[in-house]
Design a protein around this ligand. Structure first.
Ligand SMILES: [Zn+2]
Ligand SMILES: [Zn+2]
Length: 59
């Protein structure tokens, strides 16, 4: 007897746990606009004054 998968539900659960896309984005805490991509946009392109800080909302 071959045991191919002892718990199919476990695999599904792991897949759901992965984040979509994988691109880290952030929203400016100064003007509230976004999202912007952290890797390519380190400072806000909307208010053009704020560099991403710990107070900015990230996802
Ligand atoms: Zn801004
Ligand atoms: Zn900020």
């Amino acid at each position: 007897m071959d045991i191919v998968c002892d718990n199919p539900l476990r695999k599904t659960k792991d897949s759901l746990g992965e984040k979509k896309g994988g691109k880290p984005i952030w929203y400016c805490c100064q003007c509230g606009l976004g999202p912007m991509i952290i890797n390519t946009t380190p400072s806000c392109i909307f208010c053009n004054q704020h560099t991403r800080c710990g107070g900015c909302d990230t996802a």
